[in-house]
Design a binder for this molecule. Structure first.
Ligand SMILES: [Zn+2]
Length: 236
């Protein structure tokens, strides 16, 4: 959701606190298993406005994926240091909050020209026969080397060519704590700190990391919550 209130007002969205920007614009999101009732509080000085929102439930599929590299299901001991380092890079990217990034309020485009959804967002997945946590990405099938484009403006806050689980990964800060990520890339076309605009080439589809074949896993984060990025396209 994108809202408008007083510039600088503080917004509490069911326990996550954010501040409206200098135009009063703000983002909030509710994740996969959010309760059906959300409480929103907006405060400015001594004034507090409070209202409730209904969060509509969605149905999520249970899917299974087999043939994944076993090192990405049960990582070998010698991969643990790299996995830790990857996690630290991701945490820093997810905490990014560039005050001049305004892409959050743009109409998002799909990151691929041809959209073929091969795994829906939020599905609970059996990976090589073992139950895993929900899949917090939407998988788009495409041939290796297919160009991936920025869906909206922002700043590149992570560009790693070969992470253990994610393979080639890029993260973009769209402002107001809204971060999108692009996994399993075969090669990257951007660097950390680079400004992107809608349709800037960011990299190429691949199958690096925990993947059975070439596809783009597209994800969205907002202040620790995992969101479905395709909703941002559809509602634009
Ligand atoms: Zn995925």
């Amino acid at each position: 959701m994108i809202g408008t209130t007083l510039p600088g007002a503080q917004i509490d969205a069911s326990g996550i606190t954010t501040n409206a920007d200098s135009d009063g614009r703000f983002v909030m999101g509710f994740d996969r298993d959010a309760p059906s009732q959300a409480l929103i509080m907006i405060s400015m000085g001594n004034t507090v406005a409070q209202f409730g929102l209904e969060v509509a439930p969605r149905a999520y599929k249970v899917t299974s994926v087999s043939g994944l590299p076993s090192a990405t299901i049960d990582p070998p001991a010698d991969a643990l240091a790299r996995i830790e380092a990857d996690a630290a890079l991701k945490r820093a990217a997810f905490d990014s909050n560039n005050p001049i990034a305004r892409g959050f309020e743009e109409a998002f485009r799909w990151p691929l020209d041809d959209v073929r959804i091969t795994s829906p967002w939020g599905a609970t997945r059996m990976l090589n026969g073992n139950s895993q946590r929900p899949h917090f990405g939407i998988d788009l099938g495409a041939p290796r080397g297919t160009p991936i484009y920025a869906p909206a403006s922002g700043f590149v806050v992570l560009a790693e060519p070969d992470m253990h689980f994610e393979g080639g990964m890029v993260a973009i800060d769209h402002g107001q704590g809204l971060i999108t990520t692009y996994l399993h890339q075969s090669a990257l076309a951007v660097e950390v700190g680079q400004r992107v605009t809608p349709s800037t080439l960011i990299g190429y589809v691949g199958s690096k990391g925990r993947a059975t074949g070439p596809h783009l896993c597209w994800r969205m984060r907002w202040r620790g919550r995992n969101l479905d990025p395709s909703l941002r396209v559809i509602s634009a």
